[in-house]
Design a protein around this ligand. Structure first.
Ligand code: ADP
Ligand code: MG
Length: 703
């Protein structure tokens, strides 16, 4: 590609967009497909055949040789199996390129190796992928050539969801239905559809590939399991929003181009707080597309990093001692005719519909705080939530001055009569323009913050799919809307009833609102007084999925059956145990085969030096002291290693599921910390030339 190009020319060029469909499909077929996309009407096979043929021709023109059903099993990443378009050779030895409607709408991967949490025994291997026509197909170019990727849902033979997409689509139907009910109460007869809009901000680290490959912990677990702090961390705040270095800038440029071609509207990029940490955010999209796009973003970051001799770390906590990475899930509700239900307008106190939506969300978040917390739980995020960098593990809502004030009026006098204004920002410099500022400042410490016309759920892990948090958000808000509509639809005097309900919700759920410093110890104590849950780990969070209230709600709104929830619980415990088992075994491997031998080599060289010095008749007390110190730490290391080996073996013998996961959490992680402590001290003593892997300083500051 030439140096200069126009983004508008390449945007979406590898996507089977609406425009392409209009150009390539017969009118009747196009209309039938739009009906399916917009109204969920079923697609008949004859129509699917025509679409498949057009899609194939288009993909082949883009160089595609294969197609794949692209899906999101419960592994956190996407899965695919490639089929080429070729048919069996004909008599004359030539082949045809074919792709039928049946192949487009249904796939049958041998699914027995994907996590199913007991929903399917291994001998019942059948699983189906089903075309999700609401998320556009695209052609991906990589070392495999070009592949037509078809976003699909993944279900078992009996129709149970084995993926993220199926429940997400179900939750979108639920929030659509209940939002339309609510809008109708306010006299809206024009909106036909309400969709959750989602904009995820993605944080990540970049490290040099050569150094990465010298660290077994990064290779096997995505994070460092040992590592002493470098002399400099993030204390100067000089990396945050700093000038982007050329190597990184060139990487970002390629990422953007790749994403734009795939129709992902990559918009912002900047350096984050920790050294070597960065962020990318696209413009928000419909939830389903946003979830797929976020997977594309993560894959693209990794692939392009390799092309630039770097590795992209998506783990939530790649390095101890500096900030980890998260994902901010911005969420709002938009009608097909462009109304944002979360837009307060200039005078929120008069916007009754907004106040009802807002108080319903407070109710939803308060009643299901445990589910939201669970939706952000993964093994990596255990290192962030509650530490001094990410929001605490306690769910609370930040409203900002203006809405807090409206809430206070509702609670104290039962009615809101005025809204605070933003006012003019005066800089005191004549040449700078005065501008009106927002009515509300931001709060970086809140896990669930209102930011103007959307909520920002800031707990999500950087490596995790944003599927789960959006499934939960959509469903809990659908339930709150539904509860409100049940009451209001029966009311004789709507104005009076809605006024009373807003007041009631504001009163009953004010405990979830907190605008102060979420990182402070005072808040932890205050939250406890308020009775808000503080769920500290993934293992503690998982049971929220199967409480009676969760099962009843997910079932009522058709998002998960009880069996599906139970299977997810199993999968999560299993994922946790497996992740921790790999981490423990990686530490054992590194300590036994790399670190202890290196330290022994160092002690030998010290001993030899001491001998030589003494022989020369000089004084060797410093060397002796160092040798003693090193030997003592080596002995601590050996003891801690033996213990970690023991408890990891013991963990393997535990019953799979909760018991095993708990043991990993309560016992194995403690043994891991105990092994890390002496090793990190040794790293500060042993000759750098002899230390068997790059240091934090090498990884974080020499990219
Ligand atoms: P920041 O919070 O870092 O200042 P922004 O608030 O501008 O950044 O946007 C962060 C993300 O929120 C972007 O992906 C943006 O497109 C998305 N976003 C903006 N408005 C909405 C909305 N109404 N609903 C959902 N996401 C939104
Ligand atoms: Mg933001």
């Amino acid at each position: 590609m030439s140096e200069y190009f126009n983004v508008a020319d390449i945007f979406g060029e590898d996507v089977f967009t609406d425009k392409v469909m209009q150009e390539r499909l017969p009118k009747k077929v196009y209309r039938a497909l739009r009906k399916t996309i917009e109204e969920g009407k079923e697609l008949d096979l004859a129509t699917a055949d025509v679409i498949a043929a057009a899609m194939k021709d288009w993909a082949i023109e883009k160089g595609a040789t294969h197609y794949t059903h692209w899906f999101q099993p419960l592994t956190g990443v996407t899965a695919e199996k490639h089929d080429s378009f070729i048919t069996a050779p004909r008599e004359d030895g030539t082949i045809l390129m074919e792709f039928s409607g049946k192949e487009l709408i249904k796939g049958e991967p041998d699914a027995s190796s994907f996590p199913s949490g007991g929903l399917r025994a291994t001998f019942e291997a059948r699983g189906y992928t089903a075309w999700d026509c609401t998320s556009p197909a695209f052609v991906r170019h990589d070392a495999a050539g070009a592949t037509l990727c078809i976003p699909t849902a993944f279900c078992s033979y009996t129709g149970e969801a084995l993926d993220q997409k199926t429940p997400l689509l179900r939750s979108m139907e639920a929030i659509n239905k209940e939002s339309l009910r609510l809008l109708k109460l306010f006299g809206n007869t024009t909106s036909k559809k309400v969709t959750p809009s989602v904009g995820p901000e993605q944080e990540y680290f970049l490290v040099d590939a050569e150094k990465f490959l010298k660290r077994k912990d990064l290779i096997f677990t995505g994070r460092t399991l040992f590592g002493a702090m470098p002399p400099k961390g993030q204390e100067l705040d000089d990396h945050y929003f700093g000038t982007i270095r050329q190597r990184i800038a060139s990487f970002m440029k390629d990422v953007n181009v790749e994403l734009w071609k795939l129709g992902v509207s990559a918009k912002t990029q900047h350096n984050e707080v920790a050294p070597a940490q960065h962020e990318l955010a696209p413009i928000y999209a419909e939830a389903n597309v946003a979830v797929d796009h976020n997977q594309i973003v993560m894959q693209t970051l990794k692939r392009v990093a390799c092309q630039h001799g770097m590795k992209c770390l998506l783990h939530e906590k790649p390095f101890a001692g500096v900030n980890g990475s998260g994902k901010h899930n911005n969420w709002s509700l938009t009608t097909d005719d462009g109304i944002n239900l979360l837009d307060p307008g200039k005078t929120p106190h008069e916007n009754v519909q907004f106040l009802l939506v807002l108080t319903c969300i407070l109710k939803a978040v308060d009643e299901h705080a445990d589910l939201l917390r669970e939706s952000a739980a993964d093994p990596g995020n255990d290192h962030r939530l509650g530490a001094n960098e990410a929001p605490p593990a306690i769910i609370s809502v930040f409203l900002g001055e203006q809405l807090q004030d409206v809430m206070a009026q509702l609670i104290s006098v039962g009615e809101a009569t005025h809204s605070l204004k933003g006012g003019v920002l005066e800089t005191g410099v004549k040449t700078l323009p005065d501008f009106t500022k927002d009515a509300t400042d931001r709060n970086r410490t809140s896990p669930f913050a209102f930011t103007g016309n959307k909520f920002e759920f800031r707990m999500v892990g950087s490596r995790d799919s944003i599927g789960s948090p959006n499934i939960v958000l959509n469903t809990i808000v659908a339930e709150a809307f539904s509860d409100a509509c049940d009451i209001l639809e029966k009311a004789d005097d709507f104005d009076m009833a809605v006024h009373d309900l807003i007041k009631q919700y504001a009163n009953e759920h004010q405990r979830i609102v907190f605008d102060g410093n979420g990182y402070s110890d005072e808040w932890v104590a205050e939250a406890e007084r308020r009775g808000l849950p503080n769920i500290k780990s993934m293992v503690d969070a998982i049971p929220a999925l199967v409480t009676d209230k969760a099962v009843a709600m997910f079932d009522k709104y058709g998002v998960f059956t009880k069996a599906e929830l139970e299977s997810r619980v199993e999968v999560k415990y299993e994922n946790y145990s497996k992740a921790l088992n790999i981490e423990a075994r990686t530490m054992i491997d590194m300590a036994s085969k790399q670190i202890i031998p290196a330290v022994i080599k160092y002690t030998r060289s010290l001993a030899e030096t001491i001998n030589a010095v003494v022989k020369a008749g000089a004084e060797a007390s410093v060397q002796v002291e160092l040798l003693n110190e090193t030997s003592a730490l080596l002995s601590d290391t050996k003891v801690a290693l033996a213990k970690l080996i023991d408890v990891t073996e013991e963990a393997a013998g535990k019953a799979e599921g909760e018991e095993q996961a708990r043991f990993f959490h309560d016992v194995v992680t403690v043994a891991m910390s105990e092994l890390r402590a002496p090793v990190d001290k040794l790293e500060m003593i042993v000759d750098k030339e002899m230390w068997p892997m790059p240091s934090y300083g090498d990884l974080l500051f020499e990219v």
